[in-house]
Design a protein around this ligand. Structure first.
Ligand SMILES: [Ca+2]
Length: 246
């Protein structure tokens, strides 16, 4: 048993070293064009946005076989915090703060409270994952909301990939940063993101989740009328000025 844990201790040390020496490319989610090339004008921290991020996972329910972390700790978080759960019973939190699948596929669910702005708001949801060792099962990444379930991403992108160790030997694997995003034509009160590893021995090292809601503001008729009046007034002023200066 002592040997067993020493082995995992070693691996977590090794993984910590790998993480600190390989630069990852994470995207600011507002830089991704929408699928219809609309410009949402979103930035992290803007009204109607949320951002939760984990570099280090902890387990708030050590007495259970599942893992719960409701305290994302990256700086610059905004809006309602997300929670992450690992529900397979195979997951452990390593000393490095990674969630590792000991004996089987690991199964994750991330809950993100939404702003519930209704059907006139468009929502962009961007998840970014860093995994070490075995990889995600990429087609398992699905989004559910109040009235839709298991929707595949609108767009995906592999942001970086490198390998470490000797292939086939213990302590080897891939270091992958992967992005999956959705453009949803509404904004609901709760989002749920599900994903799984492709096999055991995947280490979830980091996870970021951005959501942005774009509310279409239609000017009220009185506002339009006032703007038109102001424009006409400005035109008259210009004409008078021109005539006076002659
Ligand atoms: Ca935490």
């Amino acid at each position: 048993m002592v040997l067993h844990w020493t082995r995992y201790g070693f691996r977590s040390l090794f993984i910590l070293f790998v993480v600190s020496t390989i630069q990852s490319n994470w995207l600011r989610a507002e830089l991704i064009p929408s699928i219809d090339n609309a410009n949402f004008g979103w930035v992290r921290g803007a009204p109607n946005s949320t951002f939760s991020g984990w570099d280090v996972f902890n387990n708030e329910t050590p007495a259970l076989t599942t893992i719960l972390d409701s305290t994302p700790e990256l700086p610059g978080q905004f809006g309602f915090a997300a929670t992450i759960r690992e529900t397979s019973g195979s997951g452990i939190v390593l000393g490095s703060g990674n969630i590792y699948g000991l004996s089987s596929v690991t199964t994750f669910v991330v809950n993100q409270p939404g702003l519930n702005l209704g059907p006139s708001a468009t929502t962009r949801i961007v998840a970014q994952f860093q995994t070490l060792g075995n990889e995600l099962r990429y087609d398992s990444i699905r989004l559910s909301g109040t009235d839709f379930t298991n929707v595949l991403p609108s767009f995906t992108q592999e942001l970086s990939r490198s390998s470490f160790g000797t292939p086939g030997q213990p302590g080897s694997g891939a270091n992958v940063v992967y992005l999956a995003g959705w453009d949803v034509a509404q904004n609901v009160g709760d989002y749920s993101l599900a994903f799984e590893s492709s096999a055991s021995a995947m280490s979830l090292a980091k996870f970021n989740l951005d959501t942005f809601a774009s509310v279409t503001v239609v000017p009220e008729p009185t506002t339009v009328a006032l703007i038109s009046l102001a424009a006409i007034g400005w035109g008259i002023h210009r004409t008078r000025k021109k005539m006076l200066s002659r």
